[in-house]
Design a protein around this ligand. Structure first.
Ligand code: C2E
Ligand code: CA
Ligand code: CA
Length: 561
């Protein structure tokens, strides 16, 4: 509680007030309030209500909850004051009475909270909030100084290095989360030690970090990225346990790539994604092609959903021909999508996008149903092969999807062949083996597609039951120029015969190739020599006419001999 007389001098000073102001009661008694205010050192702007307050005191006007900073012998104190004028018996202004509270602790806590709000407690680096502030400010400065259509001067540019640790999850899972936290701390220490004065590091969350470097050119950012990769790759010691991780870096620069912080981050993220795709432990700068690719993915993602619903997608069928008697033994269903007015989209482009979004499940179920229904119109000895993505095959309900389609269409299970690739065996998913076994028990055949391109481990063939392997067309293409291709095919044939697995060779384009493969006793072939994939209405006619064309000519037999 405080009180002044009509001239602004303190009356009845309490010991509490003396304590707060760290000044003996005697000195405060009769000291002037305006003088106390004048004793303030430079106060932060929000405390500059003091002039107003002095004025109110002078004029005898009430004030409410004013914050003032007072420099006392014990340091700066923050007070929140309210006061009202009071009158004497004759109705004349006699002074002020009011209350005040010491809010110094609360202000300190506030300031600390404000500080904490900008820090990442685990690494003591600036956090995402702070990143946004610094990046916004740097981008604004870069944008302002960027000359139109000219190379920006390096001293106004800012480079963003977007870092994502490689292999952090493995360490975290194997040596524990506390160790993972310690590792992040060590990463931050190394970054702090590495960074030049013009660069600042941030932890954006999880195992993602950012570095903003100002006033340097793109080459400096690349050099910094290389140094970062080299530094973070060195082994770590955490509680006596050695751990190794790496880092991938995406770089984007303002104003060259972006002038808004969100856009800068997005472009650095695209570059990071591309760096990760190219193998880990690398850096990549943003370039416009990345952006175009992402937009295209986005556009196709939306369009393909509509297209499947609108019946724009179709299956075409490519015959598989027996190398012994030239008969068509089945057809492979291949996805075709022609966008009205825009032309065809290759399945090689659209399937990976659909795998990324999960829409591949819808495509897979649709293709199964459509292929089984269309195969019903073919001679019964012909099989239909359907390509199924690993993403789909790894799901526990894949078998149920197939069983449902066979039930609905009434196609005999042994007329359906599912083509999968080796990538299916990479992630150790238990459902893969369950699906394989259940499908085979039902009579559905399994073909291992693109054999020879991926991991090509023949050991898969003993671990996982398949009925057929399809040798990739890369081997056939180089059959005459690279003798080892034939050696590989021969080796595959030995194992396949041993395991009683059929072999189809893909991409057969010439009669010589067909004859070489027939002599190696490959079972069937597929390729432009016989026919590309054709629409379903042409298939019955093709089955009729092909055997005459498919048998090797005299000339081919002589050439190979
Ligand atoms: P794939 O399963 O290896 O299919 C064979 C690809 O080789 C087809 O390309 C086919 O048109 C092409 N081809 C056939 N014979 C020859 C030949 O003699 N020479 C050459 N150079 N190429 C030949 P397409 O139709 O573009 O399909 C590409 C890939 O897309 C397929 O490779 C398959 O992995 C995937 N795909 C196609 N349809 C589907 C589908 O319905 N579902 C899934 N999950 N993937 C599909
Ligand atoms: Ca295939
Ligand atoms: Ca293939």
């Amino acid at each position: 509680m405080w009180e002044t007389d009509g001239t602004g001098r303190f009356q009845h000073v309490s010991t509490r007030m003396a304590d707060v102001l760290a000044c003996p009661v005697q000195r405060l008694q009769h000291a002037s309030f305006p003088a106390l205010l004048a004793g303030r050192a430079e106060a932060p702007p929000e405390a500059d209500q003091s002039a107003d307050r002095v004025d109110r005191l002078r004029r005898g006007v009430a004030f409410h909850q004013h914050l003032i900073a007072v420099d006392t012998p014990a340091g700066r104190r923050w007070l929140r004051l309210s006061g009202k004028p009071f009158l004497d018996q004759k109705g004349r202004f006699a002074g002020f009475r009011g209350v005040g509270s010491d809010v110094t602790e609360a202000r300190r806590a506030e300031a600390h909270i404000a500080y904490l709000a900008t820090r990442d407690p685990m690494t003591d680096l600036s956090n995402r909030v702070m990143f946004h502030d610094v990046a916004s400010e740097a981008c604004a400065a870069a944008a302002q100084n960027a000359p139109q259509n000219a190379q920006p001067a390096p001293d106004t540019t800012v480079s963003l290095l977007y870092l994502d640790l490689d292999g952090f999850k493995t360490v975290n899972d194997s040596i524990g989360h506390a160790a993972g936290d310690a590792l992040l701390g060590q990463v931050a220490d190394r970054l702090r030690a590495l960074l030049p004065a013009d660069a600042q590091a941030f932890r954006l969350g999880g195992d993602e970090f950012a570095i903003l470097q100002r006033g340097r050119d793109g080459a400096a950012a690349q050099a910094l990225a290389e140094a970062t990769i080299a530094t973070l790759r060195e082994p770590y010691l955490i509680d006596g346990v050695r751990a190794e991780i790496g880092v991938s870096v995406g770089i984007a620069c303002a104003p060259a790539d972006a002038t808004e912080p969100e856009d800068l981050l997005r472009k650095a993220d695209l570059a990071l994604y591309s760096a990760k795709q190219g193998g880990k432990g690398r850096w990549r700068g943003f370039d416009r092609d990345l952006d175009v690719r992402v937009q295209r993915r986005h556009e196709l993602d939306e369009a393909m959903r509509q297209a499947l619903a609108d019946g724009e997608m179709a299956l075409h069928y490519q015959p598989l021909v027996s190398l012994q008697d030239g008969q068509v033994v089945g057809c492979e269903a291949l996805l075709r999508w022609t966008r009205p007015g825009l032309g065809p989209v290759s399945p090689a482009e659209l399937i990976p996008i659909a795998e990324g979004t999960g829409f591949i499940l819808a495509i897979g179920r649709w293709a199964l149903r459509r292929a089984c229904a269309e195969a019903l119109t073919w001679p019964v000895r012909l099989r239909v092969a359907v390509n199924i993505s690993s993403v789909h095959f790894r799901r526990p309900d894949f078998f149920a999807d197939v069983a449902a389609v066979l039930g609905e269409t009434g196609l005999a299970a042994d007329r359906l062949e599912i083509e999968i690739t080796e990538s299916i065996f990479l992630a150790n998913t238990p459902h893969v083996l369950d699906n394989l076994r259940s499908l085979r028990a039902l009579g559905v055949r399994i073909a291992l597609d693109d054999f020879g391109t991926g991991y090509s481990s023949l050991s898969y063939l003993t671990q996982f039951p398949v009925d057929k392997i399809k040798i990739d067309r890369a081997f056939v293409r180089d059959l005459s120029s690279r003798p080892e291709c034939l050696t590989v095919i021969e080796a595959i044939m030995v194992i396949a015969r041993d395991l009683r697995i059929d072999v189809t060779v893909e991409g057969v384009e010439t009669e010589q190739q067909a004859e070489l493969l027939r002599l190696r006793r490959c079972n069937s072939a597929q390729g432009f020599l016989y026919s590309p994939a054709r629409p379903p209405e042409e298939i019955p006619g093709l089955i009729e006419s092909l055997p005459r064309r498919a048998l090797p000519t005299e000339r081919a037999v002589r050439a190979v001999a």
